[in-house]
Design a protein around this ligand. Structure first.
Ligand code: PEP
Ligand code: MG
Length: 580
């Protein structure tokens, strides 16, 4: 028996025979020269290959929409856009003509160049997005070179697919009832493949590095996408154990599905708001299908990264309005861009900083680039005319900073008014509380902001002075550190004293133990990723407000995170933890 670790991206347990999906050998073909009529023929075949890839993507999109409903196919819109990208299409033809090389060669080189550039960027989220380029690029290549595309469609028996990587299109095409789940060597939590697997409720593990060295035998394997393990060659006792766990997991899925129609309310009638975080407009379908009460955090960095120019007002307006329209009358909190730290505009555009996380980041960066900031404010304010949009600023560290940002908002409003452009005059403007300084002056900030949103990811790293990405110190990154609980308590109390609402949009909101404490501290809104949505609702519904309050008030008096955990585990662990 061998137990391999991976990252669960779509929950569930599957037991079935393994099916190894061979990789497609994504290599650049040899450089061959070609001229004249032959080159023109090649170019024609290239356009045909793009058309075939387009049809294939449309088929995947329609299939996913037929299974899950309209909107879910939005993931594939990004793929369709890639097929129109001049960097891939026109520049391939130009290069083939200029260097008199085969189109396949020029194209594969372009795909590789583009994805290598992105792979070098430091934002893991963007890196994932650009895996899409690879997927689409190699799809075109297979049509261009006539190589048979590997297929999962003809699988007859129930299997668990094991592969180096699986594309979103392949995931959408997996025959239901026969493919019970999959595990891949590469991949990440935020990939489109993960999003499709979640939507299809297909247990999936990614990042199973040891899969490369494993020999799969004739026995069934176990995919535990709850705990994040893949068990090869299981013994009888393990198999029997997992058969029981599978039944429990299925019941749990059914239970979570029921959450959709229920409110985020404790058994003693304390109602909170439960929203989702969004990073890309195309994820809005996932947000809508969770039944979320709104978007508690719409990150806008995606538009600014990996390009040399800045997105103009119309481009931004288009992206924001897509989300706002999809959400109808539900709130969408748009955050102005949080550049700096680990998210750079482009490597050359700024002076190198010794400590970028303590440098020009978030609202500081926006205030230092007023044209960029005002353009974004115009676009956001205008989208307010289409729905319920709230505006908020990241990385606020003082009242002056908030005031300066608000002055910009007022000036932009005056410009829009003078130009008779529609916008929301009363758009609420909030401050993110993600520096200890902001939490400590929360009483003052609360008099000027319309709402607070606690960015716990940053609040934790700046309060404990620990870089989560640093393997030497990440054990110190502790959401339940009493210091964090106290800062949050202080923020909530100050906000309520000034009668403004508070949300938490960092990862802590989805942590079962922390969620109970946040509830008890009186948090108004939880904003979590769409994957955590139902589970968060279940937790809120599993404990009375009276109990949560008692627990929270005791937790903030304790000395250590360990003591906090023991307290919560002892009192309500059996109700709030996933596998109990
Ligand atoms: C946070 O810091 O908790 C937050 C939500 O912002 P981001 O993760 O985008 O920095
Ligand atoms: Mg943050």
């Amino acid at each position: 028996m061998k137990i391999l670790k991976g990252i669960p991206v779509a929950s569930g347990i599957a037991i079935a025979m393994p099916f190894v999906l061979e990789s497609e050998g994504r290599s650049v073909p040899l450089r061959q020269t070609v001229t004249g009529a032959d080159l023109e023929k090649e170019i024609k075949s290239f356009y045909e290959a793009i058309e075939k890839a387009r049809e294939n993507i449309l088929r995947s999109r329609d299939k996913l929409e037929a299974t899950l409903g309209k909107g879910h196919g939005a993931i594939f819109e990004a793929h369709l856009m890639i097929l129109k990208d001049p960097l891939l299409v026109e520049s391939t033809i130009e290069e083939a003509r200029a260097s008199k090389v085969k189109v396949g060669y020029a194209f594969a080189r372009n795909v590789q160049k583009l994805s290598q550039t992105i792979a070098g960027l430091r934002d893991p989220y963007l890196q994932e997005r650009f895996k899409d380029i690879e997927d689409v690029g190699w799809q075109v290549m297979t049509y261009l070179t006539g190589r048979e595309r590997r297929s999962l469609k003809n699988i007859k028996d129930k299997v668990i697919v094991l592969a180096e990587d699986i594309s979103p299109a392949e995931t959408a095409d997996m025959p239901k009832g026969r493919i019970m789940g999959f595990a891949t060597i590469t991949g990440s939590r935020t990939s489109h493949t993960a999003i499709v697997a979640q939507a299809l409720e297909l247990p999936a593990l990614v990042g199973v590095k040891e899969l490369r060295d494993i020999i799969v035998g004739e026995k069934p394997i176990i995919l535990d996408a709850v705990e994040g393990v893949l068990i090869v060659d299981p013994d009888d006792a393990t198999l029997a154990y997992y058969k029981r766990q599978q039944v429990i997991a299925e019941q749990r899925t059914i239970e979570l599905r029921k959450m959709k129609t229920l409110t985020a309310e404790t058994p003693d009638g304390h109602r909170v708001r439960l929203m989702v975080n969004l990073e890309l407009p195309l994820e809005v379908a996932a947000a809508v299908s969770t039944g979320a009460e709104g978007i508690g955090l719409y990150r806008t960095e995606f538009m600014f990264l990996n390009r040399t120019d800045l997105p103009n007002e119309e481009e931004q307006y288009k992206w924001y309005s897509q989300v706002v329209k999809a959400m109808g009358q539900r709130v969408v909190v748009i955050r102005t861009v949080d550049l700096g730290g680990d998210k750079f505009l482009s490597e050359e555009s700024e002076m190198p900083e010794m400590n970028p996380f303590l440098g020009l980041r978030g609202i500081r960066m926006s205030l230092a680039h007023q044209d960029m900031f005002r353009t974004q404010l115009r676009a956001i304010l205008r989208t307010g005319a289409l729905g319920k949009v709230h505006l908020m600023f990241p990385m606020i560290s003082s009242v002056e900073e908030f005031r300066k940002a608000r002055v910009c908002v007022d000036e932009v409003k005056a410009e829009l008014r003078a130009a008779h452009i529609k916008f929301d005059e009363k758009m609420p403007v909030g401050a993110m509380i993600e520096t200890p300084a902001a939490a400590l002056v929360a009483d003052k900030l609360a008099r000027e902001a319309d709402f607070f949103s606690i960015g716990s990811n940053d609040l934790i790293q700046y309060s404990i002075a620990v870089d989560r990405g640093n393997p030497g110190t990440n054990h110190l990154y502790e959401p339940l550190h009493p210091a964090i609980l106290r800062l949050i308590q202080m923020t909530i109390n100050m906000a309520h004293a000034a009668q403004i609402p508070v949300s938490v949009c960092g990862e802590i909101a989805a942590d079962p133990f922390a969620a109970v404490l946040l509830l008890g501290l009186g948090l108004d809104t939880f904003s979590v990723s769409p994957v955590s949505y139902n589970e968060s609702k279940r937790i809120i519904r599993s404990i009375t407000f009276v109990e949560a309050r008692e627990l929270a008030l005791e937790a903030v008096t304790l000395a250590t995170a360990q003591a906090v955990k023991e307290l919560v585990r002892g009192r309500v662990g059996d109700r709030v933890m996933r596998n109990s």
